[in-house]
Ligand binder design. Structure first.
Ligand code: GSH
Length: 213
């Protein structure tokens, strides 16, 4: 059985969500963050990357959620939440599977500049280009959700599981609040958060959940 190593208040909640969507059995191992809000040593010992999520599947210990989500969907879920290569939506699926890492990289780089001298940051070319990237990603998101109900096409897919965290939990890290300025994204997010598997997963492992006693 797959073991989901879940770090509290983290994007490893998306693996619990994936397992609930696919109706697959899993064992949840919960780790609280340390006082520095980082992963504890016990979590970091699981994999050299030390990042949440991490899963175990037999002898395999795997990090990096984009890879984990596709792996579980294909290897254990008969590809049910992946978009087939032959589909016209396949390139969109591939692109939106990367939204999570693209957006987070730009947001974290921006934040590190802003932590110094915010006025100087505005003139720094790296900050400027990262700001443009973030803005462009939201333009692409709105456009995509104006042409398709879900990021991977007409049907819900792993691309949505990969992206939702950025639209909910990342607001404190510089992500845009999904409001009326992003109407397609706002309607999409409503569809996402009303999914029974999403609600169940968030009750188990979402940002408001706590370690089972
Ligand atoms: N690209 C990675 C990002 C993982 C990541 O940054 N996870 C955060 C939690 S949201 C983490 O491990 N933070 C704890 C730490 O860095 O100590 C993925 O999608 O798996």
């Amino acid at each position: 059985m797959i073991i989901v190593h879940h770090l509290g208040i983290s994007q490893s909640d998306r693996i619990v969500w994936l397992m609930e969507e696919l109706g697959l059995p899993y064992e949840l191992k919960w780790y609280d963050r340390g006082p520095d809000f980082l992963a504890p040593a016990e979590y970091r010992a699981l994999h050299p990357a030390g990042t949440a999520p991490i899963i175990e599947d037999g002898d395999l210990v795997m990090a990096e959620s984009t890879a984990i989500v596709e792996y579980i969907s294909q290897r254990h879920g008969e590809g049910r939440l992946s978009v087939p290569v032959a589909s016209p939506d396949y390139p969109h699926y591939l692109y939106w599977m990367q939204f999570n890492n693209n957006l987070q990289a730009a947001l974290f780089i921006k934040r590190s500049f802003q932590a110094g001298d915010p006025a100087a940051a505005q003139k720094n070319p790296i900050f400027v280009t990262m700001s443009r990237r973030v803005d462009g990603l939201y333009v692409a998101l709105e456009r995509r959700l104006g042409e398709a109900a879900y990021l991977g096409g007409a049907e819900f897919s792993c691309a949505d599981i990969m992206s939702a965290f950025n639209l909910t939990s990342m607001a404190g890290f510089g992500a845009r609040v999904v409001d009326d300025s992003l109407p397609n994204t706002k309607a999409y997010l409503q569809r996402i958060v009303s999914r029974p598997a999403y609600q169940k997963a968030m009750a188990i492992a979402g940002p408001m959940a706590s370690k089972p006693q």
